[in-house]
Design a protein. Structure first.
Lengths: 353, 372
């Protein structure tokens, strides 16, 4: 591109590879992108408003100034175009990282993702790789207008050929993003936008990095296994402490990878606890929770003390902001589900039928 | 150039110089430069002025209320009143409008009550009005999607022999979406009675038009679809009104679609949460603020003796009253039933959804009423 600006030298200090810092989740993604771009010049970013503005959430802030307009590209407004461009770039060895501005705007790119990105490797008998990362701020809880609070991850998890992951904390955001970019299979990278501003310690040289497809046991427990991912991991942590005050020991698993799902990790936990609760903001029917519950029931039928419970968004469109607190899974609903699998009195106790 | 029937063979590239009927200074453009388009009559111009004054005050008030946290977000149309009001006043009541999130003042001018318009930005309900009643579709947020719906509705009108036309707004950035191309193309092929009004405010959040298109201007795209295209000074309400009126008239008589690019500028941030200092020069903004569409028309009307102090004051008062009424409406907490969350998903009730509804109802009872 003739008009590309070169990187401006003074900002190209090497990204840290050791040491720690306290970062917001958003800034830890920035740090992960920066590191990946420094490590591999084939990593390029494209998306709407990601250059000069640094993205509407400022996740790409400063990257265009550092790496130039050929590596951080503001695109015309066209999600199908963004993903389609990434396909062509990937065919020539680039590792495109596409930003979709909000969850609700991924749909114009849906065709390119599920019909092209997901299938090209298969169609070409492995001759063509699609090392594409598609970053998507997702989920609700920020009081936004319609189309800005959705959780579309299950559509993609249902599509063979895609990896689907979601981070819940700054350290994972930093590490998982780099793993996603390094992956030769395409990765849908779901960022919990209502946790963008939550802070945590990031160890830039962390050696014990979990593989991308593995779940993490956040806290060990013996009574109930609680599976969460993305924005609800923080809510689930609150449930762990609240239940502990009540003498109930919850083992919390942060799924991290939605496709593939680390069933071994959940299975090991449920064999210990005998009880399973799964939570996500996305609708319940035909969702990730259904997949986890069914697979774990198959694997652990004889260990289960109670039927698995799902705590999810309702099977409705995402509601207007004034009603979202009623829609989103919260602490009370998680604790109630924990009571249900424990056979303790709960909101459904008096139900007939 | 006139807006009489053009056959495919006569459709050429639009003039690069945007059509203008009233100059910045308030003087009328010489007839030979008006390209066969007449200045709207005195009553119309006065009404355009009045409605722009009301719309400006309304928009300013909504922005203020958003800063106070009464609304979660508001994309202002300040400075774009000529395109918005000029288009809406050119429409008949029976015509349909397909607006975007940017076009609240157009929806207001269509007669939709304030609280119904702002319901989406306040977060009470996604679309607060009955689109059938007001012949105004919900404001579209996913870019360019409304343009397809508008062509579909226009086609329905043609099939039913309904002598109406449809107008849709689309932003400059949104013309990059595939849906925009598909809408233009369907409209051309099906000879849909539609007018596309491209509000070229030169920015899509931070992205300038030069990064959306390599074409000379957006109106140029029309020729590729076999549709007449016009480039209009989007801060000259007289020109917008005249061109849109003529295009709607063509549409109603079966002469097909028109693409009109209104050249204007987004003087405000994209929304209240945007920070334009990161991507554009404030001197440009100041330049465009001076090209105010309302002041331009006022200069003309005054020079013709059509707008005296008294009339001006009465318009200002009317606008002030409307703004006060809106503030009062917005300060009242809306009564919301959380269970409505489940009400409109399907026409036919589903047992599983009923169970989810009952579960929420149970939670609400425990807490007295709605948790807050
Ligand atoms: C399909 C889709 N992608 C992205 C967005 C996010 N978005 C909202 S407004 C906007 C800019 C639109 O610019 P333009 O069409 O020029 O209209 P303006 O806002 O300037 O009136 C973007 C990118 C969206 N609403 N829909």
């Amino acid at each position: 591109m003739a008009t590309a600006t070169a990187a401006t030298a003074d900002t190209t200090a090497p990204a840290p590879t050791t040491g720690t810092a306290t970062l917001t989740l958003a800034k830890s993604i920035t740090a992960g992108l920066r590191r990946a771009m420094q490590d591999d010049e084939k990593v390029i970013l494209l998306g709407e408003d990601i250059g000069k503005l640094g993205g509407v959430f400022r996740v790409t802030d400063g990257l265009q100034a550092e790496f130039g307009t050929d590596r951080v590209m503001d695109t015309p407004l066209a999600e199908s175009g963004i993903i389609g461009m990434a396909v062509g770039l990937a065919m020539r060895g680039y590792r495109p990282v596409a930003e979709i501005q909000f969850d609700g705007f991924i749909y114009p790119g849906f065709d390119q993702i599920v019909a092209q990105v997901a299938k090209l490797h298969y169609r070409s008998r492995g001759a063509v790789r699609m090392p594409i990362t598609i970053r998507v701020p997702f989920g609700g809880g920020i009081g936004s207008v319609e189309h800005h609070s959705e959780s579309p991850e299950a559509y993609f998890a249902h599509t063979a050929g895609l990896r689907v992951v979601s981070c819940s904390n700054p350290q994972d955001a930093y590490g998982m993003l780099q793993q996603a970019i390094a992956s030769d299979d395409p990765v849908m990278f779901f960022e919990p936008k209502r946790r963008y501003w939550s802070k945590g310690e990031v160890d830039f040289g962390a050696a014990d990095v979990l593989p991308l497809g593995r779940a993490r046991v956040v806290s060990t427990g013996s009574d109930v296994t609680l599976v969460a991912y993305g924005p609800l991991v923080a809510t689930a942590k609150d449930a762990v402490s609240a239940a502990a005050d009540d003498g109930v020991s919850i083992e919390l698993i942060d799924l991290r990878s939605i496709s593939p799902i680390d069933f071994e990790a959940i299975e090991a936990s449920v064999r210990k606890t005998g009880r399973l609760v799964v939570t996500h903001e996305a609708a319940q029917s035909v969702g990730i929770g259904a997949e986890v519950a069914a697979s774990i029931t198959e694997r652990c039928f004889n260990w289960l003390e109670a039927a698995p419970e799902r705590v999810t968004g309702f099977d409705t469109p995402y509601p207007p902001a004034a009603l979202e607190e009623h829609f989103l899974p919260d602490l009370d609903r998680l604790l109630d589900a924990v009571d249900r699998v424990l056979g303790r009195p709960n909101s459904l106790s008096d139900w007939e039928g | 150039m006139s807006l009489t029937v053009e056959t495919r063979a006569t459709i050429g590239l639009p003039d690069a110089e945007p059509l203008r009927l009233i100059e910045e200074t308030g003087t009328v453009v010489a007839p030979k430069l008006r390209r066969g388009i007449d200045l709207p009559g005195a009553d119309t111009l006065l009404e355009l002025y009045r409605r722009m004054v009301i719309a400006r005050r309304w928009d300013t008030q909504v922005t203020a209320l958003t800063r106070q946290g009464r609304l979660s977000t508001y994309p202002s149309a300040r400075g774009q009143e000529a395109g918005e009001i000029g288009t809406v006043l050119a429409m008949e009541a029976a015509d349909w409008l397909f607006p975007t999130y940017r076009d609240s003042i157009a929806v207001m001018t269509r007669g939709v009550p304030t609280e119904q318009i702002l319901s989406g930005f306040r977060g009470d309900w996604h679309c607060g009005w009955d689109p059938q009643e007001h012949r105004t579709a919900p404001q579209a947020t996913p870019l360019a999607t409304q343009a397809l719906h508008a062509v579909g509705l226009a086609t329905a009108a043609r099939l039913k022999g309904d002598p109406i036309a449809v107008a849709t707004f689309i932003g400059d950035g949104a013309t990059s979406e595939g849906d925009a191309h598909e809408a233009f193309n369907f409209a051309g092929v099906w000879r849909a009675p539609i007018v596309f009004v491209i509000q070229n405010n030169q920015f899509a959040i931070s992205v300038p038009l030069s990064k959306q298109t390599h074409s000379r201007m957006l109106a140029d795209r029309a020729v590729g679809y076999g549709i007449p295209g016009f480039h209009v000074d989007g801060n000259d309400v007289a020109a917008v009104y005249a061109v849109v009126s003529a295009a709607l008239a063509r549409a109603r008589t079966g002469d097909g679609p028109t693409i009109i690019e209104c050249l204007t500028y987004r003087v405000e941030p994209h929304t209240n949460s945007d920070d334009p200092s990161r991507y554009r020069d404030s001197s440009d903004v100041e330049l465009w603020r001076k090209r105010d569409p309302i002041e331009r028309l006022a200069r003309y009307l005054e020079s013709e003796g059509m707008l005296g102090d008294e009339l001006r004051r009465s318009f200002v008062q009317e606008a002030e009253d409307a703004a006060t009424a809106m503030r009062d409406t917005l300060n009242a907490e809306p009564a919301l039933d959380p269970l409505e969350l489940f009400d409109h998903v399907y026409n036919v009730e589903r047992p599983a959804l009923r169970e989810q509804r009952d579960a929420l109802a149970g939670e609400l009872d425990e807490n007295g009423s709605a948790r807050s």
